[in-house]
Design a protein around this ligand. Structure first.
Ligand SMILES: [Zn+2]
Length: 270
């Protein structure tokens, strides 16, 4: 049995045309023609949120693949570190539930989440907090990953953030040893605050310390979700602590001080 040659050719031609035109057939539905494309479109991904796992690699992999939390990428602490993609970038991962930045809320829908294997804070024999640095190889693996994601989704530098920044009331990862300054120097995040400008501002704030309302306004302008309560309350302390962890990690007590105010002023002044 041979199908007539012209019929076979016609079928092949039709299939080829379909493939070339990018036509697809909805299951049991009409043909969808995506041969024309709109100029007006962009990525749904607006943010990258960085995390540390607290648990070790094995535990993190188990939780992130089998549990109720997930991330698009898991950056291991193997030697050399490996990057695992656990969720496609086109889909939502569950890493930043109750979160907000610059008026955007519930950032899972609009972000890519990266979990970095790191133990988080530990306590030494005298009960003091110890924060362990991130291995150089991990950061060297992270930077090109971030560069690639930021380029493909046109993510603005100020939207590469830590979990603690977008969920300050109950999170603080990736913690005070995360090398934010290196990311700034790599051009991934906004330029680091100019030291001379900070020193000059600090002198002014030492002479006239700003009120709680000033801090809250500046922190909100920077991007944090902070209630303008007008007092140095617990939520403001959590936000200040997270701000300090990123920009002044030698002291992150969550208390207002002239240097913190100066950093905020330099980062947020118009
Ligand atoms: Zn986190």
């Amino acid at each position: 049995m041979h199908a007539p040659l012209h019929a076979l050719t016609a079928t092949l031609l039709a299939l080829t045309t379909l493939a070339l035109a990018g036509c697809a057939l909805a299951p049991n539905g009409p043909a969808i023609d995506d041969s024309r494309r709109a100029r007006g479109q962009d990525s749904r991904v607006l943010f990258v949120v960085l995390h540390y796992t607290v648990g070790d690699f094995r535990r993190a992999m188990q939780v992130l693949t089998e549990g109720e939390v997930s991330a698009h990428y898991l950056l291991s602490d193997e030697v050399p570190p490996r990057i695992y993609r656990l969720v496609d970038e086109t889909r939502r991962a569950w890493h930043s539930g109750n979160s907000a930045w610059q008026g955007h809320r519930l950032l899972n829908a609009s972000s890519i989440g990266i979990e970095i294997v790191h133990p988080g804070p530990r306590t030494d024999g005298e009960g003091r907090r110890v924060d362990i640095p991130f291995p150089e190889a991990q950061i060297e693996a992270l930077i090109p990953l971030l560069r690639d994601i930021a380029a493909r989704h046109a993510i603005r530098p100020e939207r590469i953030l830590g979990h603690g920044e977008v969920s300050p009331s109950y999170k603080e990862d990736p913690g005070p040893t995360f090398p934010w300054r290196r990311l700034a120097e790599a051009g991934l995040t906004p330029p680091w605050p100019d030291a001379a400008a900070v020193t000059a501002q600090q002198a002014l704030f030492e002479a006239a310390p700003p009120e709680a309302a000033w801090y809250q306004q500046a922190l909100a302008r920077h991007g944090y979700a902070v209630e303008p309560s007008g007092s140095f309350d617990a939520q403001t302390a959590r936000v200040l602590m997270n701000f300090q962890m990123r920009y002044r990690p030698v002291r992150f007590d969550g208390r207002p001080d002239a240097e913190t105010a100066a950093l905020l002023q330099v980062l947020t002044r118009p």
